[in-house]
Design a protein around this ligand. Structure first.
Ligand code: HEC
Ligand code: HEC
Length: 355
């Protein structure tokens, strides 16, 4: 065992030696070395960094959020359990809607892949929206929320359906009044927040619950971790085609999508997909017309129908269309079947947080 006094002596000696070595170096030489290194780094970096397809479309994707590496989902995200419990209660809370008929869960059903299986969303009093309901699963890994990326954070996003006329159709005064009448909510909010029930605290709790809505351990994730057998031969072929045909240029990153904007119809126009202005409605820039967030393909096997307007019923048909309109190729039936097998291997496992 080393005595404490000996330890501190050792430290002092080491410090002295380090200091001497540093001061004996010629600082001009060090400066020169640093400059050369910086120049080298500047030259090499662009060669290493993948080119973002979004920059071609001239959209507003920031390079900072751009990470193309396809990698397994983490098993869990760090969350505050008390906030998650409150968020879960709110997620199933029909009083967030104007007529107490609709909760987040009614459109984003956790047993239906986090979506609703409908062509477009169905709000209060049967109001139909104009877009397909995306899954809530793995939303924390999207760089922006919504098909057109108009929302930056989960907190910001959660406020929108509550007051959207053709979704929950409510208003904040109404929501605060209804929840405020419930002693259970009053107590939970007052324990967690100094300012009690507020719009910001409601969306904070909802977003915290959403951070538990992740689906790790998909067969493909296990394959990425080294378990070759986790994928069937056909799914492995599909993964090859996904890379060689270039699907991966757009569907990439940890969510296999959700990190870029791209135009729908890069190579060919698909009339059914060309009425929604997409990102243009957010930025007003002509080059953003029909540009959408590239959707995550995680759990895509269980979230039919497909595309921003839900116009395509089957995964095979969605893949065929992708080949034609995004890549300018005609995929044959074997390729489509293999790609579909690969996409089915992206269905992960959701584990409910313990109560
Ligand atoms: C009436 C059905 C409906 C209800 C209720 C609803 N949503 Fe949605 N949600 C949608 C639709 C439709 C979209 C896509 C809209 C768009 O992109 O323009 C969406 C988008 C989202 C997204 C973005 C996902 C992505 O990949 O971009 C999240 C997250 C989300 N909703 C969470 C919630 C939460 C939380 C609630 C409750 C406060 C909620 N939703 C209530 C229909 C609904
Ligand atoms: C140039 C970029 C790009 C390429 C390449 C691309 N996609 Fe897509 N993909 C998109 C965009 C953008 C959407 C959303 C389009 C929409 O909803 O209008 C999409 C949507 C999808 C969907 C529907 C997802 C959903 O939840 O509705 C599937 C499935 C899909 N792509 C698979 C593929 C496959 C397989 C390939 C390769 C054969 C591929 N994509 C190539 C950009 C691309």
């Amino acid at each position: 065992m080393i005595h404490r006094g000996t330890m501190s002596k050792l430290f002092k000696n080491c410090f002295k030696t380090c200091f001497k070595t540093l001061s004996s170096l010629d600082w001009r030489f060090v400066a020169l070395l640093l400059t050369v290194l910086a120049l080298l780094a500047a030259l090499i970096a662009p060669l290493l960094a993948p080119v973002s397809p979004s920059s071609e479309a001239g959209t507003t994707a920031t390079l900072a959020s751009y990470d193309s590496t396809i990698r397994p989902l983490p098993l869990a995200l760090k969350t505050n359990p008390a906030l998650v419990r409150l968020g879960k209660q709110l997620y199933f809370e029909k009083r967030l809607s104007a007529d107490d008929s609709l909760s987040c869960h009614d459109c984003h059903d956790l047993k239906r892949g986090g979506a609703d299986g409908r062509i477009v969303g169905k709000g209060i009093r049967g109001a139909l929206g104009d877009r397909n309901v995306p899954t809530v699963f793995n939303a924390p890994f999207n760089f922006l929320q919504f098909w057109d990326g108009r929302s930056r954070t989960l907190e910001d996003q959660a406020a929108m359906p509550i007051v959207e006329a053709d979704e929950m159709g409510s208003s904040w005064p109404q929501v605060l009044e209804k929840l405020g009448r419930d002693p259970g909510y009053r107590e939970r909010f007052n324990t967690l927040f100094s300012d009690g029930i507020t719009p910001a605290n409601i969306t904070r709790a909802l977003a915290e619950f959403e951070r538990t809505l992740i689906t790790p351990n998909a067969p493909f994730d296990r394959f990425l971790r080294g378990d070759e057998q986790a994928l069937s031969v056909q799914a492995r072929q599909g993964w090859q085609i996904f890379q060689t045909r270039g699907c991966v240029a757009c569907h990439q990153g940890i969510n296999i999508g959700g990190n870029l904007f791209q135009k729908i119809g890069v190579m060919a126009r698909q009339d059914a997909l060309s009425t929604d202005p997409g990102r243009f409605a957010v930025t007003g820039r002509e080059e953003d017309r029909h540009v959408f967030k590239v959707p995550s393909l995680r759990n895509v096997g269980v979230t039919a129908p497909y595309f921003h307007n839900g116009s395509v019923a089957t995964l095979e048909e969605a893949v065929r269309i992708m080949g034609r309109v995004q890549l300018g190729v005609t995929l044959d039936d074997t390729e489509i079947t293999s790609l579909a097998a690969f996409l089915h291997s992206l269905t992960g496992q959701y584990r409910e947080p313990s109560p």
